[in-house]
Design a protein around this ligand. Structure first.
Ligand SMILES: *Cc1c(COP(=O)(O)O)cnc(C)c1O
Length: 359
């Protein structure tokens, strides 16, 4: 059997994590730091787990340079529940939210918000076949504007935090911890862990309590971000394994040069990947050049007949997860933070070899 250290994991999520993080997480399931107990059997009220939660928040604050006024939460329900939760918290009585539709996930966020109140679509990426990120128009009277910073499925990404005349709500599930964030522009960001932070099971919220909309009626408890903040993310039993492993991964990033180093590595990987997509006569990039995602590179074969050959050669080379999403087809190389440059080099080598043999 090939060990997972020999597999090049381009999976779009759940994502690759550093090997040392995997090992420490596995150890903690057996026994947490010499305590005689497993991470998954200790009380979440125990000093050991309270310290883990505190470090998770602290690491996120340090990595992203989060201003003090923002609260940091680790909850359950994934980003998909975040669609509803953010709408519940930032939509005022009789107010509305604006949604920039740039892909599959933002469409879902918009649909969920309609369960809560007024939601409007302010850009529709379908006009461009979701190949690019349109500029945000001026926002009329909305309480806030929701964006999806990286479109995991189409492989497009905002080049930075967009200019907006309203506070932004950002779904950053697939590019959290890939670059710095200008928090002055945001009321809230949120990210499901399993794309670029840790295992599935937790979603991180970073929000400004002062920007939560005032509403007559109390929110149902689990949707109330301020309630969760008052309980330090322990309103109910937190997903301890996902939080612990995410904490380890954030610690790893801090010890390996922080976000600046992560960003540099990601840029190098994306440059290598897109250079090959552009150079290789057998493949063509999906997204417009200035909207390309650093995290997920989407591309298609010029001639479909080479698709099976490419898939076969990838499998032989230990390259996992480059199939495109079923709704788009083609290929997608997800280059999350922990993917080494050598894995991109291995994929590029396969693409070049196929060009030589089938070009
Ligand atoms: C995967 C993904 C989601 C859904 O995340 P879940 O945690 O599975 O609910 C939402 N938004 C984006 C951008 C994603 O990539």
């Amino acid at each position: 059997m090939v060990s997972n250290t020999q597999i090049h994991n381009f999976s779009a999520g759940p994502c690759i994590l550093p090997q040392s993080v995997m090992e420490q997480a596995a150890d903690a399931v057996r026994e947490l730091d010499g305590s005689g107990l497993s991470l998954i059997e200790i009380s979440h009220r125990s000093p050991a787990f309270v310290a883990i939660m505190a470090e998770a928040q602290d690491n996120a604050r340090k990595l992203l340079n989060v201003p003090d006024r923002f609260e940091i939460l680790f909850l359950q329900g994934g980003a998909s529940l975040g669609f509803l939760t953010t709408a519940c918290n930032f939509l005022s009585d009789g107010g509305s939210l604006d949604y920039a539709i740039t892909g599959t996930w933002s469409k879902k966020a918009y649909a969920e918000a309609k369960h809560v109140g007024q939601a409007h679509m302010i850009t529709d990426g379908a006009e461009f076949g979701f190949r690019k990120i349109p500029k945000l128009p001026r926002s009329s009277s909305a309480d806030a504007v929701h964006i999806t910073t990286n479109n995991t499925i189409f492989g497009t990404q905002y080049a930075g935090d967009p200019i907006c005349d309203k506070p932004l709500i950002g779904d950053m599930s697939s590019d959290i911890f890939s670059r710095s964030i200008d928090f002055d522009k945001y009321a809230c960001i949120y990210a499901g862990a399993q794309k670029n932070m840790g295992p599935a099971g937790t979603v991180m919220y970073i929000f400004d309590p002062a920007k939560v909309a005032s509403q007559e009626a109390a929110l149902p408890s689990y949707f109330d971000l301020k309630l969760h903040a008052s309980k330090d993310s322990m309103f109910n039993t937190p997903p301890v394994f996902a939080i612990y492993t995410s904490m380890l991964n954030m610690r790893w990033m801090l010890e390996n040069g922080g976000l600046a180093a992560v960003e540099k590595r990601n840029r190098a990987k994306a440059d290598m990947m897109y250079a090959e997509i552009d150079r290789n006569s057998l493949f063509t990039g999906f997204a417009d050049v200035d909207s390309r995602s650093v995290m997920n590179a989407t591309f298609t074969a010029v001639d479909e007949s080479i698709e099976p050959v490419f898939k076969q050669r990838c499998a032989e080379a230990g390259i996992n997860g480059v199939n495109g999403h079923k709704s788009v087809g083609g290929f997608r190389a997800s280059m999350y933070n922990a993917l080494p440059l050598e894995s991109v080099a291995a994929l590029v080598e396969v693409m070049q070899e196929i060009e030589r043999t089938h070009g």
